[in-house]
Design a binder for this molecule. Structure first.
Ligand SMILES: Cc1ncc(COP(=O)(O)O)c(C=O)c1O
Length: 464
């Protein structure tokens, strides 16, 4: 229960503090960060530099630099699915960086097409985009490569409007409506931000793009008025991540699919956080019946295990609406990132990874369920509001605390005991470890969270 990894300025004149002050003096403060200076990682471990004089028995040293070790259950916000500093990825990056990093999209390179081809083949193998697992393999899917999640969504929104322009029975530009849902997070650029109905993110930047409506997630009643003849596209996360780890119901996704077909709108799944094996299948929707599948899916985070990338995978009817010059990017589809993503896709779909992931997920759910039973005063469990704890799928797992401010408190208590976790929504702890996490690491993380809940319980009793 004791603090082993104190953050904050242990000593105002320490070398690390001086370095962080210098960095902060020159860096735009868009994030509030603890005074922890990360230097390297390996697997699920992250290492922070500390001053020699702050070294204790729980700290180590590498090449003469004292360091403190953390167990990372955030994987860089659901990015490093294969862990930190993966040796094979490092070798590929080195080899390709010595060969060709960038050549522009004015020419073909050896890897962007290879990546698209693998993504399409794997989708046929695993199911998705209207195709049942293993039933066909033709030329009916297409990939657009970008550099981040928000950019992938930005491309998707443009594709939806272009598709609608071609298919609208109304006048030009009239079928331009876009729909997203409460608690959604789709990114920070103007289009994606317009689809992210969180006043904290949107208010300072109004006016946003027009013709955007917000529906109620998992509510079927209002779908017919929400989505109409003027709707170009509907963007939804099959499991909401930032918003608080809320899975969509099958009935909701089916109803969206049906209504989009009725009015000729594109159904778009944002799987930037929940796709690419995080929830146990290639696409989060791979396991769903095809009448709940989207017309396109956006992805990013783990696709190149930390190298910046984003992508849109779409059905042919969407691709048919897009012509040369409609959209573009300088860096998207570059040979370095594409080659890494091609490798990562192969590794993510190895059966051994899935077996380990399922085992770890089961253990994590079991341990968190026990915790909920041990700490009913702290942990929320309300089926009716969707806030049952734990919730989520695979290794995208959330657990709500009764008092919203406790989520941030537990995060800090955990970090000060060597565990990095995230929050989500207004009150949830979020667990998104690398997909290579093992049972020992799950148990260690849960032991630490349990200690933090004991500390919190004591603080509450003492009225702190
Ligand atoms: C579901 C979802 N969509 C979009 C984004 C934005 O991705 P990026 O930060 O790469 O722009 C995120 C990032 O957290 C996300 O979780």
């Amino acid at each position: 229960m004791d603090v082993t990894h104190p953050d904050g300025k242990v000593d105002a004149v320490s070398e690390v503090s001086k370095t962080l002050d210098r960095f902060n003096n020159a860096t735009l403060a868009t994030y509030s960060r603890p005074a922890v200076l990360l230097t390297r990682g390996k697997g699920l471990d992250l290492f922070a530099k500390i001053d020699e004089k702050d070294a204790t028995s729980s700290t180590s040293s590498q090449e003469g630099v004292a360091e403190r070790q953390y167990l990372d259950f955030s994987s860089g916000i659901a990015v490093n699915s294969l862990g930190h500093a993966d040796g094979q990825i490092a070798d590929i990056a080195y080899e390709q960086a010595n060969r060709l990093v960038h050549s522009s999209n004015l020419f073909h390179n050896e890897w962007s097409g290879e990546l698209a081809d693998r993504m399409v083949s794997l989708t046929f193998e695993h199911g998705g985009l209207g195709v049942e697992k293993g039933t066909k393999n033709d030329n009916s899917l297409k990939v657009f490569l970008a550099n981040s999640g928000t950019e992938a969504n930005e491309a998707a929104l443009k594709f939806a409007r272009k598709y609608a322009m071609n298919t609208a029975k109304t006048g030009p530009g009239e079928k331009s409506g876009l729909v997203s849902f409460n608690n959604a997070f789709h990114g920070r650029t103007m289009g994606a931000l317009s689809m992210t109905p969180n006043p904290k993110y949107q208010a300072p930047f109004a006016p946003l793009i027009g013709n955007v409506k917000t529906g109620t997630y998992n509510s079927i009643e209002d779908i017919n008025t929400l989505i109409d003849d003027k709707t170009a596209g509907v963007l939804v996360e099959p499991v909401q991540g930032e918003g608080g780890i809320f899975p969509a119901s099958l009935e909701f996704l089916r109803a969206l699919r049906r209504r989009c077909d009725e009015v000729g709108a594109l159904l778009m799944f944002d799987e930037i956080q929940c796709g690419l094996m995080r929830t146990g299948t290639l696409w989060c929707h791979s396991a769903l019946p095809t009448d709940a599948h989207p017309d396109l899916v956006t992805m990013a985070k783990p696709l190149a295990n930390g190298f910046p990338i984003g992508a849109v995978l779409m059905r042919q009817k969407v691709a048919d609406a897009i012509t040369v010059g409609d959209h573009g990017t300088t860096f998207g589809g570059g040979p370095l990132t594409s080659r890494i993503a091609h490798h990562v896709l192969g590794r993510l779909t190895e059966p051994t990874l899935l077996n380990g992931l399922q085992e770890s997920s089961q253990l994590l759910f079991n341990r968190l369920t026990q915790m909920r039973q041990h700490f009913p005063d702290l942990i929320a469990h309300d089926e009716s509001s969707g806030k049952h704890s734990p919730r989520g799928k695979g290794l995208l797992v959330g657990m709500s605390l009764k008092e919203p401010s406790h989520a941030g408190r537990v995060l800090k208590l955990a970090r000060e005991r060597g565990l990095i976790i995230l929050s989500a929504g207004s009150d949830a702890l979020r667990f998104t470890p690398s997909l290579i996490v093992n049972s020992e690491q799950v148990n260690k993380a849960c032991d630490i969270v349990e200690s933090c809940l004991l500390v919190l319980q004591r603080e509450v009793a003492e009225g702190k």
